[in-house]
Ligand binder design. Structure first.
Ligand code: UDP
Length: 323
């Protein structure tokens, strides 16, 4: 097997990026950031959970092209590529419950194809991994050194294990082929372009509150999450790709709250007449989640900047036009 030198270098004056899942919530925000920093960008998406609406504003941009393709199939692209960002995957619990096999395939076969593309092009590679690799964590907050508490055969196993496999495959390419690889573990993120009906708590609560419908808190609402605004997250991920760090790095906002607190805050921010109702807690729903971002702070000099109240306001503004 040939050992290739790791990437990255700009062969042309304009760096070239490939973003899988480029029409998704986070993928499309990444595409915007890359274009604003002078990259030529190819977005690939099969539009299973992504939407062309997220990239419609880029039509006619000579630095951008879109290819509708499933990334589990062979990726053929002409010309040089400097950076491969592998973002394609269903990412909300409802989506991956409905699409368990596609979720497993994109995390495994899709990651293999995206790594193969990076290797062939001599590009740098970044995998969008997830806090779900920590499962229902027994250590709090979660540092990158924690190996996690995942139920491989539970309903979330298709996503968690696909991403764990994706990390293992990425490290194998790094070690075997000396590929320059990056692993970001993304914690709960919110902002414009989330799908109204993706089932995640942010679009669910905001759309319910905007319609003055009951807010569906699962379980007793004491489970916690820590929400990061999308622009903060994408900046952290960009810095990671440009760094020399091949070990996983958590990117997220440590501002932690219970789901009950989040429901109350949403009602307050909207001035909604919604009341809170309680629904059964889904199986294996993590009880707590908060990133330890010491590594991101020290290696990337990154911390989240957007306060929750401000991010929530922007997100509500986006959803107002959608409900
Ligand atoms: N949740 C909720 N009501 C909803 C949707 C979600 O209480 O209508 C809870 C869910 O049980 C979980 C948290 O909100 O504890 C975050 O769920 P989400 O689906 O956004 O993502 P997760 O962090 O679980 O992947």
């Amino acid at each position: 097997m040939s050992k290739r030198k790791p990437a990255p270098r700009s062969r042309a004056s304009q760096p070239t990026s490939v973003v899988t899942g480029g029409a998704g919530f986070l993928g499309s925000h990444l595409v915007d950031l890359l274009l604003s920093r002078g990259h030529r960008v190819t977005a690939i998406d099969n539009l299973v959970t992504g939407s062309v609406n997220n990239i419609a504003h880029l039509a006619g941009n000579p630095s951008f092209r879109f290819i509708q393709q499933d990334v589990t199939e062979f990726l053929f692209l002409d010309g040089p590529v400097d950076y491969v960002w592998h973002f394609a995957s269903p990412a909300s619990p409802i989506d991956y419950l409905e699409l368990p096999i596609q979720t497993l395939k994109v995390g495994s076969l899709g990651t293999h194809k995206a790594l193969g593309l990076a290797l062939h092009k001599g590009a740098r590679f970044l995998i969008a991994s997830t806090s779900e690799v920590y499962g229902d964590p027994l250590i709090h907050p979660q540092p990158e050194t924690y190996w996690g508490n995942v139920n491989p055969i539970g309903p979330r196993g298709c996503y968690d294990e696909a991403k764990r496999f994706a990390e293992a495959m990425t490290m194998a390419y790094h070690r075997e082929h000396k590929l320059a690889t990056r692993i970001v573990r993304i914690f709960n993120t919110y902002g414009p372009r989330m799908r109204l009906n993706d089932g995640r708590v942010v679009p669910a609560f905001i759309s319910q509150a905007l319609r003055n419908k009951p807010i569906t808190v699962f379980g007793s609402g004491t489970q916690t999450r820590s929400f990061c605004f999308c622009s903060d997250l994408i900046e952290g991920i960009y810095r990671l790709m440009m760094s020399e760090e091949s070990n996983p790095v958590n990117i997220g906002n440590p501002h932690e709250m219970t789901m009950l607190e989040f429901a109350e805050e949403t009602i307050r921010a909207i001035g909604s007449k919604s009341r809170i109702v309680f629904r059964p807690l889904p199986q294996d729903d993590p009880k707590q989640r908060r990133p330890d971002i010491t590594r991101a702070k020290s290696i990337l000099r990154w911390t989240p900047k957007v306060p929750f109240s401000e991010g929530l306001k922007q997100t509500i503004g986006y959803f107002r036009s959608k409900v």
